[in-house]
Design a protein around this ligand. Structure first.
Ligand code: ATP
Ligand code: MG
Length: 352
C-alpha cells in the first residue's frame, strides 16, 4: 500500500493568480485524485519577507481565500488535505534538524532568494529567508512528499530538498523518499507589465477571482510591443505578454495564429488583439467563478476543511518526527538519560 504523495502550496499573501494556475494549480487539479495530496498554507514562509502584525492578521482571511481559489480551480475538497503550516510546531523541529545538512554557500546560490529579498525591499538577506528552501524541505519531507508540482522560481528549492533527503538517508538510514519535481508546460507566466514573472507582490497579476470587467481593464492596460506606435507598424510577437497569454489561455488556435500573422504584418490594432484575449481569459475563468460561488455559498466550509486538514497533517508529521528522532539517535540519547535518572531516583528513595 504505497500511494504517491503530493505536497505543494502557497504563501498566504493574497489571492491566487493566473501564474499560480499555470505554474502549479493546473497540475494539482490534474494529479490530486491520483496522489494523496497535501496542500500547505505556508505562513511561516510568508514571515521570511512579511512579518508585521498587519501581515499576520491577514493570514486567516488570505488562507480561506486561497483555498477557495484552489477548490474553484477544480480540486475536490474530499480528495485533498489543506493545512496551516504554523499550526504544526513539529515542522519547525524538522527544519532545525535539516539545517545542518546544507551549507550557507549552497543556499546563497539559490537565485530566487535574492529576488525575493529585493522584491521585499530588504537591504540585506534575512537569516530566515536564506533558510527558505530548508523550511520547504521540512514541509515536503515531514509528510514524505514524493511529487512536488511548483513553478520555475521554486524548482531550485525542490533540488535543495532532494539533496537534503539524500544526505539524511546517507547519514542516518533510509527515512525519506527523494521527491520529484513536477514542472508544468508553462513554468513561468510573465506579468501584465512584461517586466518579469507574474507575482502577487509586484502588482502585475490577474487574479483568478477578478471579475470580467477587471480582467478586461487589466488586459487593456497590458504591456505589448513598445515600438508599435500605430496599428500599421509591424509588431513583435515573441516575448510579447499579450501573445504569451493567448498561447496559454486561448484554445482557439486558428484565431491566435491569424492574430499573430496580422500583428507581424502591421494589419491589426492592439485593441482587437487585447479584446480577443480578454474574451478568452474570461471564458477560461467562468467555470472557476461558478465553482467559487458554490463554495462561497457555504460559509465556514473552507475553514472546516483547513482545520480538519491541519489536525490530520499534525498526526502525520508527528509520526515522521518520531521516526526521524529514532533514526538520528536522539530518542535513545534521551532514553539513556531517563533510565539513569530513574535508577537514581530509586536509589535515593530506598537507601541501603
Ligand atoms: P509572492 O509574490 O508573495 O512571492 P507568488 O505570487 O510568487 O507570491 P508563491 O506563493 O511564492 O506566489 O508561489 C506559489 C506557487 O506558484 C509556487 O509553486 C510558484 O512557483 C508558483 N508561481 C508563482 N508565480 C508564478 C508565475 N508567475 N508563473 C508560474 N508559476 C508561478
Ligand atoms: Mg513567490
Amino acid at each position: 500500500m504505497s500511494t504517491t504523495r503530493m505536497l505543494t502550496g502557497d504563501r498566504p499573501t493574497g489571492r491566487l493568480h493566473l501564474g499560480h494556475h499555470v505554474g502549479s494549480i493546473a497540475n494539482r487539479v490534474r494529479l490530486h485524485r491520483r496522489y494523496e495530496s497535501f496542500f500547505i498554507i505556508a505562513d511561516l514562509h510568508m514571515l521570511t519577507t512579511r512579518n508585521t502584525r498587519e501581515d499576520i492578521e491577514q493570514v486567516s482571511r488570505n488562507a480561506r481565500e486561497m483555498v477557495t481559489d484552489i477548490l474553484a480551480a477544480g480540486v475536490e475538497p474530499d480528495r485533498a488535505t489543506f493545512y496551516l503550516q504554523s499550526a504544526i510546531p513539529e515542522v519547525g523541529d524538522l527544519n532545525t534538524l535539516l539545517q545542518n545538512l546544507v551549507t550557507v554557500p549552497r543556499l546563497e546560490r539559490v537565485p530566487s532568494l535574492k529576488e525575493m529579498s529585493r522584491d521585499a525591499g530588504k537591504e540585506e538577506m534575512p537569516y530566515g529567508l536564506l533558510g527558505y528552501p530548508v523550511l520547504q524541505a521540512a514541509d515536503i519531507l515531514c509528510v514524505k512528499g514524493q511529487a512536488v508540482p511548483v513553478g520555475k522560481d521554486n524548482a531550485a528549492h525542490v533540488e535543495v530538498t532532494r539533496e537534503i533527503a539524500r544526505r539524511f538517508n546517507h547519514l542516518y538510514g533510509e527515512v525519506f523518499p527523494v521527491p520529484e519535481l513536477i514542472m508544468s508546460e508553462t513554468p513561468t507566466l510573465i506579468g501584465t507589465d512584461g517586466q518579469g514573472k507574474m507575482s502577487k507582490s509586484r502588482g502585475n497579476a490577474i487574479a483568478l477571482a477578478d471579475d470580467p470587467a477587471t480582467v478586461r481593464r487589466k488586459v487593456m492596460g497590458m504591456y505589448t510591443d513598445p515600438n508599435r506606435v500605430r496599428a500599421d507598424v509591424p509588431g513583435t510577437v515573441e516575448g510579447n505578454p499579450v501573445f504569451a497569454y493567448h498561447d496559454v489561455f486561448n484554445p482557439d488556435r486558428a484565431q491566435v495564429e491569424e492574430l499573430k500573422a496580422r500583428y507581424r504584418a502591421g494589419r491589426v490594432g492592439d485593441v482587437e488583439v487585447k479584446e480577443a484575449l480578454a474574451g478568452a481569459l474570461n471564458r477560461f475563468l467562468d467555470p472557476i467563478r461558478e465553482r467559487r460561488a458554490r463554495f462561497e455559498g457555504q460559509p465556514g466550509l473552507v475553514d472546516e476543511l483547513i482545520f480538519q486538514g491541519t489536525e490530520r497533517t499534525r498526526a502525520e508529521v508527528h509520526r515522521t518526527l518520531v521516526e526521524v528522532r529514532r533514526a538520528m539517535g536522539l530518542t535513545s540519547a534521551y532514553t539513556q538519560l531517563r533510565r539513569r535518572a530513574e535508577r537514581y531516583r530509586k536509589a535515593v528513595a530506598t537507601p541501603a
